[in-house]
Ligand binder design. Structure first.
Ligand code: ASP
Length: 515
């Protein structure tokens, strides 16, 4: 296991009869734990990392009055968080693992610059976590008269030592900063210098930290299995964790993109897209991405491409616009409403945790640690063998039945979308109106089956509704609610009269609520 060197545990013990909780502080670096090297001379601005004793000199009551006993482990060489990499995340996890049984909670002191990357990554690396891990930092050093470090540190220690303060236990990785306690994998740095340094754009703060510490218990992540052992995933083992982040922008070209995707040794790509997961529509881009996902010519292996929006708020919905239909066809994975920080932690973890590319794709689209608001269960039919064509009185295209990936909970369905790519319609009888109907889970449907039937999801009487590329997209939420059940295979059928039909691919996206 690759690791960063760290000190032995130092403790400041409390009398057994006074002790109500034990909190371990892990000092990794950053402004919060720095004190002046020469306090006697204010002209010397140089800072050095504080020891537990020196921190307590500044905040003498840190936890003691409440009955919180403290321990501290420091990185031997504290780092500016700009230097934090996956090996540092794994080391923090390793320290937590080593002292897991001895403490009720952990507080990590960390620089603010990459704090949200660390909280995100740790949320995945720590498996079956049943204790609070609070990561905090500050904009000003702890000795500065205007510092925000004292509030952040003391509040974090209180939340980690929840028993002593009669607070609820929050068995998650959290980011505590100023007035808010955020789920670690939902947070993002918002201000480089403001005291409100972090926000959580797609999930409400779990705690409001004013005069009182108000925890919204309904927002706390459920523990899946109380009896499951805590363990860590070493994401640096057998992997360089080489994830390339590619922001799309108006000046990117297919050649540039291809060069980036073909970077030697990369394990995965985060494509930072526009809006709901969109990018340039020209086929050149799509072909390049498709080759990477397949692991085609010039690639040593298939490269998972994870679609994450550049927008701070909102979610990726591939297939909704033409500008993401091609990405869906290329086999790109949806990053839903993940922050970039969460996406990076998640893909680094998933590539180690799930071996095959299809599992990785599916699991990336499911919430693992409350990092996204919805799960996406997607089905695709894109190979010849996925379709059956029947031509008699009406033309029918019927997909083979496919099982919904993951644990699909029909009651949690939020929305669903069907996208038909490359639909070719040839009028057979110029005098008669064409009629096409789409059904879910009625393989025997014909054109005479009523479009009011529970399985009918779409009906077209007018060829103009199909765009020039032959792509159709429609909301299937109501029909899915009626006829899509977990455990049963899904069939889509297209029936047509007065025309012949063909299509290249069908995509079916089912979004379920995480909470
Ligand atoms: N550059 C520092 C760091 O991230 C800034 C800070 O701690 O706020 O380590």
């Amino acid at each position: 296991m690759k690791t960063v060197e760290y000190s032995d545990l130092k403790t400041v013990s409390l009398d057994r009869n006074k002790r109500k909780a034990k909190v371990c502080i892990i000092f990794t670096g950053g402004t919060i734990g720095m004190i002046p090297e020469n306090p006697g001379n204010p002209n010397i601005k140089k800072l050095k990392p504080a020891s537990l004793k020196e921190l307590l000199d500044v905040v003498p009551n840190l936890g003691f009055r409440e009955g919180i006993e403290l321990g501290m482990v420091s990185f031997k060489k504290p780092v500016d968080s700009s230097d934090v990499m996956s090996v540092h995340w794994v080391t923090m996890a390793k320290i937590i693992f080593e002292y897991y049984e001895d403490f009720d909670g952990f507080v990590i002191l960390h620089g603010t610059d990459t704090m949200a990357y660390t909280t995100s990554a740790l949320s995945f690396i720590l498996n079956n976590l049943q204790k609070p891990v609070i990561v905090t930092g500050s904009q000003l050093p702890i000795t500065d008269p205007r510092t925000d470090a004292v509030q952040n540190l003391v509040t974090s220690v209180h939340i980690a030592g929840y028993k002593a303060k009669s607070l609820p236990k929050i068995p998650e990785v959290l980011l505590c900063f100023r007035d808010t306690l955020l789920r670690g994998n939902r947070a993002t740095k918002y201000s480089s210098s403001g005291f409100i340094g972090f926000i959580s754009p797609n999930y409400d703060p779990i705690g409001k930290l004013g005069e009182h510490i108000d925890i919204r218990e309904e927002l706390i992540l459920d523990i899946n299995n109380e009896n499951a052992d805590f363990f860590i995933t070493d994401i640096t083992e057998n992997s360089n964790n080489d994830i390339k982040v590619i922001p799309v922008n108006p000046s990117i070209t297919p050649d540039q993109l291809e060069r980036d995707l073909k970077t030697e040794g990369i394990d995965g790509v985060i494509l930072l897209t526009y809006g709901t997961g969109n990018m340039q529509t020209s086929q050149g881009f799509i072909d390049v991405i498709s080759e990477a996902v397949k692991g085609g010519e010039g690639y040593a292996k298939p490269i998972p491409v994870f679609n994450v929006t550049q927008c701070l708020q909102g979610t990726v919905e591939m297939g909704l616009y033409e500008a993401s239909g091609g990405l869906l066809e290329a086999g790109v994975t949806s990053g839903l409403d993940l922050t970039l920080e969460a996406a990076l932690g998640k893909i680094s973890w998933a590539l180690i945790r799930f071996g095959n590319i299809q599992d990785t794709h599916n699991q990336l689209q499911f919430s693992q640690r409350g990092e996204q608001s919805k799960n996406l269960h997607d089905l695709k039919w894109k190979d010849k063998s996925d379709f059956e064509y029947i031509k008699n009185e009406t033309t029918r295209i019927i997909t083979v039945g496919k099982n919904i990936p993951g644990k699909y909970v029909a009651a949690k369905l939020n929305s669903s979308l069907i996208r038909i790519q490359g639909l070719k319609v040839k009028k057979e009888n110029t005098n008669k109106k064409i009629n096409i109907k789409v059904f879910i889970n009625n393989p025997n449907a014909t054109v005479s089956t009523s479009d009011k039937s529970a399985e009918c999801v779409y009906s077209i009487n007018d060829i103009e509704q199909i765009n020039e590329n032959g792509n159709l997209v429609f909301d299937a939420t109501k029909t899915s609610r009626n006829v899509v059940q977990s455990g049963n295979p899904v069939y889509i059928s297209l029936v047509a009269e007065n025309c012949s039909i063909q299509c290249r691919a069908i995509f079916f996206s089912l979004y379920t609520d995480v909470n």
